[in-house]
Every structure is written in structure tokens, then in C-alpha cells.
Design a protein around this ligand. Structure first.
Ligand code: TYD
Ligand code: MG
Length: 460
């Protein structure tokens, strides 16, 4: 481990970890205000690779290594991780408090322990008894290879790891672990970063995989896991609404697999279970013959999912209009409303507009544009979009419909769930009409006007 020479005091942004010698009001890195707090900073190399000196070699002379990967056995999670947990890798699981981070970590621990891997669960937030209670809810019998300890001092955690030499260590959570080398309190940026660095070094040296749990806090009083993103190998975020049972595990960074993949889970009385057919679940309560509702096939990583987009357009009461977007970017909604007003002469300036993505998903795929525009138009005119129709396409500023990726994946998913018609960009149509798409009728459109005409004809 690098030698600690002396420590100095600096001001650290509690939001992103930016360090400055003097106090500043606005962070130059993440633009947050009033986020700088005086903290002790250790004068030693940060990166776990620092200090290792090696000569440059020709790239082609380097022997490629196959990663030593252990599948967890939870399909939704293995997909997100790119096939399983790589030996010696460090995975950060972030998310709001109460979303299910400890639950999934315990489930992962159980699965690996059942496969004969030695697992050490370091619980700093809950007592050993509390974790046992959770384990009893999830499994009838705890595995023989699963050890648990209540610790927060990094030195004792390191001791335990060196003594037990487990295959996987879970740190629940990184914000309660501290090093005595720093006088700042546990959870401060310096502490979180320092402890994560120490653990990462050990993971690489000893070939132990680590799962670090980190809370995201809106206030930024506790150091958010964002400061750790560049230290760890993989960053997973748990998304979902507090009052919905569905949770989406999204990969933000992965040195050992692709990003953009998602895993869908349902929280039940026996923990998190995999949702293998999210489309069916997200469409289960879809209303029939109601204006403002439309289905769009989006693609998350390698996986198509059908999502219902709902819009409600009503007359504003006091001259002040409200625009609300849930699950999509608010600015994207404003832009699409502007396109509808300018290019299609919809009168929306005196209307309240609410758009909602059903099921608590957050969509960034631009293919949702046409669905949002048509849902708003459908609610505005009170004209229904047929129940068996899906729409997909990006909308440009001239209201043109632009092509999107993975069209066949999307069409196949829609077909599997019984949809009969797909309105899609003309360029995509040219590409897939020759490939044949079974019983699905494909309707190519050039612009939003074309889509309007196809859905509702002349009499708008
Ligand atoms: P938890 O994993 O403790 O969240 P985090 O570690 O992210 O703070 O999960 C907490 C919530 O999950 C809590 O509200 C109870 C609920 N839960 C269930 O609904 N079923 C279960 O089997 C378990 C273990 C938890
Ligand atoms: Mg927890």
C-alpha cells in the first residue's frame, strides 16, 4: 500500500468530489452551489495502479487474458453485468435509500455461496441480527459459505478479508466505512473515496470481487457514489418509484461488458424476483378506447420493451399553463409541443399538458418522440389511437420522422404481444420490408402529418 506522507486540508465538493485549496461557492465541475466543505486530504497516490512501474511493451506481444467470470444465476443481473461477476472486479450498486440494494446484495451473496464461493457480507448499517432476519425472509436456510460481520473501520474490514480470503465481499454501505487516517466523518467525500481506493487496491491484488453499496442523496450531505464512478469497474443504479413494485437495474459503466443493459425486478415479500417479460407487465393495465394512450417499442441495450406513453391535454384554468413530464425529459416534451404547434397548428398555448411513461421507466431512447407527439395530439383532439397499433420514430424540428436503430427487434417484440400495425420511419421501412415481418402491417411515414392522416384521416 502506498505510504501516507502527510495530510493537508482542502475544500471538497460533496456532490462530485472536486477539490480546491480555497472555498468556492459554485463548483466549477458539477455547477452545484454551496457544496464545498473543509476536509482532510491524504497526500498519496490515488489510483491503485500508481506506484507500479513497468516498461512499455508492444501491444501485439501482450497475451490476451480471458476474464474469470462467475455467473450469479440471476439472469436479469447476469445480463446487466455482461455474464457474471469478474474475479477481482469492483462493482458499485447505487440507488435511493429503501430501493432494494441490501436485498439484491444478499441475494447475490446467497447465490454465489450456494455455488461454493466464499462470501463475506460486511454490514455497517444493520446489525448481524437484522441481516439474518432479512435472510430468513428470502431463503429458508442460509448457505454454509456465507459469512457476515458488523464492521465500519476499514482496517478491521481489511483484516477480515485477508483472514477469510473470500471470493466476494459485500460492503453495505461504503458511506459508513471510515479510515482512521482521516479525521473527517464517515460519509464525507474524502472518507468514501479513500476507503473505496483501499478496497479497490485489495480487490486487484488479492483477486477478490467487491460489491460496494452506495446511497444517492439529493441533498448531497453524504458523499454521493458519483465520486466513486471512476474508481470502480462497474456502476449499477437501481431505479424505480417508491410505491411501485418494479425496479430497474441499469448499468452506467462496465469495464467488462456493454453499458445500456437493464434488468427488471419485482419487489415482493420474498425479495426481488426477475421479471422476464417486462412488456407484458408494463402493458397489463392499459386502458382500451381511451385517447392519449399509445404504445412504443423501446430498446434498452440488447432488449426490446413495449411501453405505454400517456398524455393528458386539458384547458388551463388561470392562464398559467402547466407542463409535466414523467419518465421522459421535460425539455424533449417542450420541443415536441413546439413542433406540434408550429408545424401541425395544434393550439396548445392555453393548455395544461401531462405526459407519463407507465411503469416508472425512464426513457432516453429518441424512438419515443413520435409516441409522445401522437399521444399529445390524441388527447388534444380526443381521438383514440387503435389498441393494436405501435408507433416508433424520432421527430425532427421540421416534424419529419427520422430513422431509429434496431427496428426488427422492436417489430418482433410488438408482434409477439399481438400488435397488428406499426407506424415507423420510411427509411426503416425500406430496410425491413424485404425481410418480411409476418402478420404485422408496416406503415411508413415521412412526417407527423403522415402519421396523423394514417390514424385519423382527413376529418380532424
Ligand atoms: P433494502 O434492500 O433494505 O433497501 P436499501 O438497502 O436500498 O436501502 O430494501 C428495503 C425495502 O424493501 C423495504 O421497504 C422493505 C422491502 N422489502 C420487501 O418488500 N420484501 C423483501 O423481501 C425485503 C427483504 C425487503
Ligand atoms: Mg440497505
Amino acid at each position: 500500500m502506498p505510504k501516507v506522507t502527510r495530510s493537508k486540508v482542502a475544500f471538497v465538493c460533496q456532490n462530485c468530489g472536486y477539490t480546491s485549496l480555497k472555498w468556492i461557492g459554485k463548483c466549477p465541475d458539477c455547477s452545484s452551489w454551496n457544496s464545498f466543505v473543509e476536509e482532510e486530504v491524504l497526500n498519496k497516490p490515488r489510483s491503485y495502479t500508481a506506484g507500479r512501474i513497468s516498461e512499455p511493451v508492444l501491444l501485439h506481444s501482450v497475451r490476451s487474458q480471458e476474464e474469470d467470470r462467475v455467473p450469479v444465476g440471476i439472469i436479469e443481473l447476469d445480463r446487466v453485468l455482461g455474464g457474471g461477476i469478474v474475479r477481482g472486479s469492483v462493482i458499485l450498486v447505487g440507488g435511493d435509500p429503501g430501493i432494494g440494494k441490501s436485498t439484491i446484495s444478499l441475494q447475490i451473496s446467497h447465490q454465489l455461496a450456494e455455488k461454493g464461493k466464499k462470501v463475506l457480507y460486511v454490514s455497517g448499517e444493520e446489525s448481524v441480527g437484522q441481516t439474518k432476519m432479512r435472510s430468513d425472509r428470502l431463503y429458508s436456510k442460509a448457505s454454509d459459505n456465507l459469512y457476515i460481520v458488523n464492521a465500519t473501520d476499514i482496517d478491521s474490514v481489511l483484516e477480515f478479508i485477508k483472514k477469510f480470503l473470500p471470493d466476494l465481499v459485500v460492503i453495505d454501505s461504503i458511506q459508513v466505512v471510515y479510515t482512521q487516517a482521516l479525521s473527517s466523518s464517515a460519509g464525507s467525500v474524502s472518507q468514501v473515496r479513500e476507503c473505496a481506493n483501499i478496497l479497490t487496491q485489495l480487490a486487484k491484488q488479492a483477486g477478490v470481487s467487491m460489491l460496494l453499496i452506495g446511497h444517492v442523496t439529493k441533498e448531497g450531505t453524504l458523499a454521493g457514489p458519483r465520486v466513486l464512478e471512476h474508481i470502480v469497474d462497474t456502476v449499477l443504479y437501481f431505479e424505480g418509484e417508491r410505491f411501485s413494485n418494479y425496479r430497474v437495474l441499469r448499468v452506467i459503466k462496465n469495464r467488462f461488458g456493454s453499458t445500456n443493459e437493464i434488468g427488471v425486478f419485482e419487489m415482493g415479500i420474498t425479495g426481488l424476483s426477475e421479471v422476464k417479460n417486462p412488456s407484458e407487465i408494463f402493458l397489463a393495465e392499459r386502458p382500451k378506447e381511451v385517447s392519449g394512450s399509445v404504445v412504443v417499442p423501446i430498446v434498452e441495450g440488447s432488449r426490446p420493451i413495449l411501453i405505454e406513453v400517456q398524455a393528458l391535454v386539458t384547458k388551463a384554468n388561470f392562464g398559467v399553463t402547466r407542463r409535466k413530464a414523467q419518465g421522459i425529459d421535460y425539455n424533449r416534451l417542450s420541443l415536441l409541443v413546439a413542433v406540434l404547434e408550429k408545424r401541425l397548428s395544434l393550439k396548445l398555448f392555453d393548455k395544461d399538458i401531462f405526459v407519463n411513461v407507465v411503469g416508472g421507466m425512464k426513457i432516453e431512447d429518441p424512438a419515443v418522440d413520435m409516441a409522445i407527439s401522437l399521444a399529445v395530439a390524441s388527447s388534444n383532439y380526443d381521438k383514440v389511437i387503435p389498441f393494436d397499433t405501435v408507433v416508433v420514430g424520432e421527430v425532427g424540428l421540421a416534424s419529419e420522422i427520422r430513422s431509429i436503430t434496431n427496428i426488427l427487434l422492436r417489430i418482433n417484440e410488438a408482434q409477439k404481444l399481438g400488435f397488428k400495425k406499426c407506424i415507423l420511419p420510411r427509411t426503416n421501412y425500406q430496410a425491413c420490408k424485404s425481410l418480411g415481418t409476418g402478420g404485422m402491417s408496416l406503415v411508413p411515414v415521412d412526417d407527423l402529418k403522415g402519421a396523423f392522416y394514417n390514424l385519423w384521416g382527413e376529418n380532424l
